[in-house]
Design a protein around this ligand. Structure first.
Ligand SMILES: O=C(O)CCC(=O)C(=O)O
Length: 310
């Protein structure tokens, strides 16, 4: 960490305090200097495994989406009465689930779709990929109250049935400091897949038909959640790497990374909801994971389950 970064609260991830020594922790490299240079951004994606673009989106448009989501959460009774809507203070008696599966937020909201799939964003991906770009129709909403961030994982296990050149874009829908739970990236982990055994070949919706619990997997009653670990410090040591985050993610920022990047997020130590979305983009000419496209996506539902002998 920079010596001048006088941050006085612990960096918690899944209840573990992350070390902040120079060889344990650092800040993400900014790439807003190269926003108009797709070749350079691609080179950074290859070497760093991510590109962090402060100010990528129009902040006013992000704010509009934030308010749309907060209004929905308020309507569902998750926000604390007598607090300002824009602050997103959740009701401690009724905090929202961390992921929006249990309280479906509007995937079709016009402001959301314009932000994530409109000309500014899709034009960027077209220039980056050097060809027509496509996106998954599904948006992953994160609505995290006080408590743990996301398990350490790579995205490929959830969406690896199409192009492997797929990119995730993580978009904070609020100003998020490390106490509120921003995304964490394990530096250089995209180049060290050999340390992951067969993890990168796995798929959360594929199960073994020759095992006794095959029916439970086929129906979705049983399943693997894709987690690599609940202990970020142990993973860091295995990779001899550093956890990277930002001293403050701001509305308008975007963090883009590939399918084999090991990542997670910090715990939320505040009384406000940490709001963000994550989305996926790829070359339109490459195969796309069918679970995540269409008016109503299949997702990880029963129709996505694939049996194999293993
Ligand atoms: O926001 C989070 O906590 C996790 C996001 C994530 O895993 C992703 O963007 O792939």
């Amino acid at each position: 960490m920079d010596a001048d970064a006088a941050i006085i609260y612990p960096f918690l991830s899944l209840g573990h305090e992350l070390g902040t020594g120079e060889d344990e922790f650092g800040w993400l490299r900014r790439s807003d200097d190269a926003i108009l240079n797709p070749a350079e951004l691609m080179a950074r994606l290859r070497t760093d495994g991510y590109i962090y673009l402060p100010g990528f989106h129009d902040r006013a448009k992000v704010e509009e989406v934030r308010m749309t989501i907060l209004r929905q959460l308020d309507g569902m009774g998750y926000l604390k009465k007598m607090t300002r809507l824009d602050e997103g203070v959740f009701d401690p008696e009724n905090p929202p689930p961390a992921q929006a599966r249990a309280h479906p937020l509007d995937q079709r909201d016009a402001a959301l779709r314009e932000l994530l799939f409109g000309g500014r964003t899709m034009g960027f991906y077209e220039r980056l990929f050097g060809g027509a770009a496509a996106h998954f129709d599904f948006t992953w909403f994160r609505t995290k109250g006080t408590g743990h961030g996301s398990d350490v994982h790579c995205d490929v296990v959830y969406m690896g049935r199409g192009s492997r050149n797929l990119l995730t874009m993580w978009t904070p829908l609020g100003d998020i400091d490390p106490r509120m739970g921003g995304l964490t990236i394990l530096e250089g982990s995209h180049l060290k897949g050999h340390l992951l055994g067969n993890y990168l070949e796995r798929d959360v919706d594929t199960y073994c038909t020759n095992r006794g619990d095959a029916d439970a997997h086929a129906s979705g009653a049983k399943g693997w959640n894709g987690s690599l670990s609940k202990n970020p410090e142990a993973v860091r040591q295995r990779f001899e790497s550093r956890w990277l985050t930002s001293p403050e993610f701001r509305m308008g920022d975007a963090l883009i990374f590939g399918m084999s990047m090991v990542h997670g997020s910090l715990d939320n130590q505040t009384d406000r909801i940490r709001l963000s979305v994550d989305n996926r983009y790829q070359l339109a000419s490459e195969p796309i994971d069918p679970r995540w496209v269409g008016e109503t996506v299949v997702g990880h539902g029963p129709a996505a389950k694939m049996g194999m002998i293993c």
